[in-house]
Design a protein around this ligand. Structure first.
Ligand code: S3P
Length: 167
């Protein structure tokens, strides 16, 4: 079994993924961390030295690598990973994709607390982050909505979401 958590930056893919993996008693993999380990660079360093397109290429390769790996896993993907042509279909071919859906205002308030580690919003003012999120979420939603399962996370506790997915 492979479960891929997808959704916008700040929607809780990594923290929920860890809890879900614990509940299912299977391994958790954070795709961004796997890319960082392979590149021996942080995500901000990859963006700064190689550029976004090179990061997207690494991301696509990591989807194939993790998808083909043996064993049951919960995999938290990066927010942009399913949003390149063919990537969502590739993820769906390897397992079940779960979109953790949250409205822009909640995402913005979470993201404004921690911009530095995310190159797409680092250096932006809170207003610029809000503008960026509302525009890019609109573009990305088309991909996210093609997930096998869509979960509306607004107003729902992590416990509820974990149990809902487990049952
Ligand atoms: C990105 C999301 C990040 C990371 C990179 C690009 C995106 O992951 O992959 O900074 O394009 O939305 P998180 O969704 O875990 O923040």
């Amino acid at each position: 079994m492979k479960l891929f958590l997808i959704g916008y930056m700040g929607c809780g893919k990594s923290s929920l993924g860890r809890r879900l993996a614990h509940r299912f008693a299977i391994d958790f993999v954070d795709m961004d961390k796997a890319i960082e380990a392979e590149a021996a660079m942080t995500i901000p360093q990859i963006f700064a030295t190689e550029g976004e397109e090179a990061f997207r290429k690494r991301e696509r390769e990591m989807i194939s690598k993790l998808g083909a790996a043996e064993g049951d896993q919960i995999i938290a993907t990066g927010g942009g990973a399913p949003c390149r042509e063919g990537n969502l279909e590739l993820l769906n071919s390897f397992g079940t994709t779960i979109y953790l859906k949250l409205p822009p205002d909640i995402l913005v308030s979470r993201l404004c607390r921690n911009k530095a580690k995310r190159p797409l919003i680092a250096g932006k003012t809170d207003e610029e982050v809000a503008e960026f999120v509302s525009r890019s979420l609109g573009e990305r939603e088309v991909y996210y909505q093609r997930a096998s399962i869509v979960i509306d996370c607004a107003g729902r506790s992590d416990d509820y979401i974990v149990e809902h997915l487990y049952n």
